[in-house]
Design a protein around this ligand. Structure first.
Ligand SMILES: CC(C)(COP(=O)(O)OP(=O)(O)OC[C@H]1O[C@@H](n2cnc3c(N)ncnc32)[C@H](O)[C@@H]1OP(=O)(O)O)[C@@H](O)C(=O)NCCC(=O)NCCS
Length: 150
């Protein structure tokens, strides 16, 4: 599907990801998440979980392209839970530095929202401008996140 800026969006799921170039999208996320990223191996684990058909796992990988080059990517994981814990976590979204501010991030998050059942949680650092994108799409923040990191 192409929008009127010449950007095309694709969404890959456990049932349909034969056309996904896994390494291309991993390399893209590793580079363009900037300081909000993780180790490549951790992004790879998240992608494998999203594309897993195992009970309780799954999710989606969405990719935006312009002239055949990846300009944005998003990974959503299902939690396997509902009610007391949201059904989904939006783990990663990034847009190429030279393509930001043109609606690609919004397009990717909207694609994930429209094709996903249940609530979507995410966490974002307080100073990350990505907050503006999430808030414009209706995400609210009621909680502080605490972690016991080990
Ligand atoms: C966050 C990110 C994905 C946004 O992508 P983008 O394509 O630039 O965002 P969009 O152009 O779709 O913007 C969507 C909305 O958010 C707003 N927005 C986005 N970035 C903003 C910023 N830095 N300051 C203010 N508003 C901003 C836009 O104004 C737009 O609002 P509108 O729909 O009313 O015009 C991109 O900046 C990025 O890749 N950042 C680095 C990685 C990151 O932080 N990822 C999130 C944490 S995992």
């Amino acid at each position: 599907m192409a929008d009127n800026n010449g950007i095309s969006y694709q969404r890959f799921t456990p049932a349909d990801h034969a056309g996904l170039n896994r390494d291309e999208v991993l390399d893209f996320l590793f580079e363009h998440l900037d300081e909000y990223g993780d180790k490549r191996e951790d992004i790879a684990k998240c992608m494998d979980y999203a594309l897993s058909g195992a009970e309780g796992k799954g999710g989606s990988v969405s990719v935006a392209r312009e002239n055949d080059h990846v300009v944005g990517a998003l990974i959503l994981n299902n939690t396997g839970m509902s009610g007391y814990i949201p059904e989904n976590i939006l783990v990663y979204v990034a847009v190429h530095g030279s393509t930001r501010g043109k609606g690609v991030g919004k397009g990717l998050v909207q694609l994930a929202i429209e094709n996903t059942r249940g609530s979507i949680a995410l966490h974002v650092e307080p100073q990350n401008p990505a907050r503006h994108l999430y808030e414009k799409l209706g995400f609210t923040n009621k909680y502080l996140e605490y972690r016991l990191t080990r």
